[in-house]
Design a protein around this ligand. Sequence first.
Ligand code: LMR
Length: 398
Amino acid sequence: MLEHIPAAPPDAILGLSEAFKQDPHPHKINLGVGVFVDENGRTPILASVKAAEAALLAGAKSKSYMPIAGDPTYRTLVQELVLGAEHPVLAASRARTAQTPGGTAALRVGADFLRKFLPQATLWLSKPTWANHRGVFAAAGFPVKEYAYYNPATKGLDHTALLAALKQIPAGDVVLLHACCHNPTGVDLTTAQWQEVAAIAAERGWLPFVDFAYQGYGDGLDADRAGVLALAARCPELLIASSFSKNFGLYQDRTGALTLIAANAQAAATIFSNIEIAVRVNYSNPPAHGGLIVSHILTTPELKQQWLGELDAMRHHITGVRHQFVDALKQHGVPGDFSFIARQKGMFSFSGLSDAQVAWLRVERSIYIVGGGRINVAGITPQNIEYLCTAIAAMPKV
Ligand code: LMR
């Protein structure tokens, strides 16, 4: 029955990591998957996380099941991170959160829930977007369309086209927005532009679904909320998928959350009961470990301070690498203005490399970059920047 099934293509991002591992080239560089890499080329466990894990291990008493929606303390803390502790939505009990295995499961649970109750809705993604967004929403059964976002000519936001596109989206559809550190472009909205988007959402009556995978990597933990706050101020209903892979470095512990904001407390409770059903039929209840780490850090003042410092350090490191990369490209005589790389936010730079150049770098130089030209800036280190820029200077022009 199964023999006729053809092989699936390798994953656009995680597939690269597999190919990278097999590559024997001594100078190979992985600029594919979005993981933080320090100046020594390592993805370290944060010291705050190590300390929390030690405390949790010493105090652990049971591995019994979690509630379907996860640990109650974690769920409250996530809401405070996402909205700020003093937000009126929290005071009005309009938010409900489910702990999920990573941001991807938050997207998928949200997608399954929405698909069930909004069977007529189309799901809109920015052009371009994270390679897995389409897969997640299509797997839930959504028809998927794209809205204009990026202008390759300016390497920035196509503000006019974005607003025009969002104004065309019918009431009742769902629009996926990146809260900060847009993946793959690194091009974010200003606070004023977020207010325009929120006004259109409220006026048109489409539902914003915010992917918040990089809180703290853009302009800082608080500043990165600007989009969510603008939407929450105008839209009665909103979904937010959080990931703690990047900001706590908990990639393999699959630590995320889906937050629902509803028009009032009663609606929030009623609607959320259906999100719990979507969880139960997917993975029953979430893995505990990552959420317990986050909760322990956020409720232990000295660990929280330590984590905030570590998060700031990761953000500053990437900003520094952006500038080094721009300077090094210039020094190597690579033609063009690369100053846009220093302006982009978060882990990625949409480099402007063509697919042919991405393929050349991989085949000829063992440098791994995601199709479309997305570079994980954090993957550039003092040890590999010379090799990388020499290769870019030597690559074909198209
Ligand atoms: C990325 O975009 O590289 C990360 O979000 C990792 C992933 O799962 O694709």
